[in-house]
Design a protein around this ligand. Structure first.
Ligand SMILES: Nc1ncnc2c1ncn2[C@@H]1O[C@H](COP(=O)(O)OP(=O)(O)OP(=O)(O)O)[C@@H](O)[C@H]1O
Ligand SMILES: [Mg+2]
Length: 343
């Protein structure tokens, strides 16, 4: 299976073997020119087609039989939440879910594709006469042009999936799956996604419009470019030089993430953030751990490991990439794991 993680600035491709022991067959990051994808929406279809074609050619080093692809939908343009609905039949849920979702999303309900599933025995107390439904929505203006591009390239698309769903599949081990209140923070280049995975389901997501590009605005222009345009390892001397300038911005971001956790905690006593998992390239920034320790007192903070559901415990001693690179591939790896692990 091939995972294709599309952001405004990059396309990341990973290919995993279907057979066990599962192996990483190919991976790479491909830069996308500015103006091709704007806020997650394809702005120039022809250029997008060319960029995706180039990415697949340069990333897919193993030529095996035609493989299917799973493609990401950016969190900013989507919605995922567990909602309580009256205890009704599936057909009735189908009928009323649009109206229900309309109350939660900041965009028109007629402009989204909707998917839902019922949660059974989630471990959360459910009010009498109610039923828990995990509902997802993705903007048609994101999905439709992407689908056209994929079709025109002759790709076999197995699914479009929200970033948060892919990240959870990559980072949440069977042991973490049943835990209470795991806050996953994905610090990307344009946005920071916050997901609360709680007792077997992702219950809440938020997308903060503060990615590394925003955090870096006070840096000298050359340093900004070096940080944002480097597709591989960031030189240690650059990281050290920029850290004092970025620290106050990082602190503000962590305060906003704390705000999301506080909102979740305020829903009721059952909603409690208890641990934090950091991922995305921005989780490599120095000074981040300190900011989290300051604002998330008594909460266990760790770096996500996207190999946890891919490699056996023996193989995971030597993952195919180092941790700094691995966290950038969490979404793409989760996409490629679809159909292998159903979370
Ligand atoms: N080792 C590193 N140290 C510090 N910063 C890094 C490192 N690796 C990547 N980054 C920074 O993290 C940013 C985000 O990386 P990531 O690959 O997660 O973003 P993205 O997935 O393209 O963006 P988004 O998820 O917002 O669409 C990069 O643009 C880069 O500036
Ligand atoms: Mg990302």
């Amino acid at each position: 299976m091939i995972g294709v993680d599309i952001s405004d600035q990059t396309i990341k491709v990973v290919q995993l073997s279907d057979a066990k022991p599962r192996r990483l067959l190919a991976h790479c990051i491909h830069a996308v020119g500015s103006g091709v994808i704007v806020n997650g929406v394809v702005a120039n279809k022809e250029m997008m087609k060319a960029a995706l074609q180039e990415a697949l050619v340069s990333c897919r080093t193993k030529s095996i039989k035609k493989d299917t692809v799973v493609v990401s939908i950016p969190e900013t343009q989507s919605f995922l939440r567990v909602i309580e609905m009256p205890d009704m039949s599936d057909d009735e849920v189908d009928e009323s879910i649009r109206w229900e979702i309309a109350q939660h999303i900041p965009f028109g309900v007629e402009s989204v594709y909707i998917d839902w599933q019922a949660l059974v025995h989630s471990g959360h107390g459910v009010a009498k006469g109610k039923r828990e439904i995990q509902a997802g929505a993705a903007q048609k203006k994101v999905v439709d042009p992407l689908y056209d591009v994929m079709m025109e390239l002759g790709l076999d698309v197995a699914a479009f999936e929200l970033e948060s769903q892919a990240i959870v599949r990559a980072l949440i081990s069977p042991e973490l799956h049943r835990k209470q209140g795991v806050l996953i923070v994905d610090i990307g280049s344009t946005a920071t996604n916050v997901i609360v995975h709680d007792l077997g389901a992702s219950r809440f997501t938020a997308s903060l419009q503060q990615g590394v590009a925003r955090l870096a605005t006070k840096l000298a222009v050359q340093d900004q470019e070096k940080l944002m345009q480097n597709l591989h390892e960031i030189p240690a001397d650059l990281l050290e030089r920029i850290t004092p300038i970025m620290e106050p911005e990082l602190d503000k971001l962590v305060v906003d993430i704390r705000g999301v956790a506080d909102f979740y905690n305020s829903i009721d006593a059952e909603h409690r953030v208890r641990e934090v998992i950091l991922t995305g390239g921005g989780s490599n920034l120095l000074g981040l751990d300190e900011a989290f320790l300051q604002h998330f007192e008594n909460i266990h903070i760790q770096r996500g490991n996207p190999w946890v559901n891919i490699l056996s415990s023996k193989d995971s001693v030597h993952p195919p990439m180092n941790i700094q690179e691995s966290v950038r591939y969490a979404t793409a790896l989760g996409l490629a794991l679809r159909n292998v692990i159903a979370l």
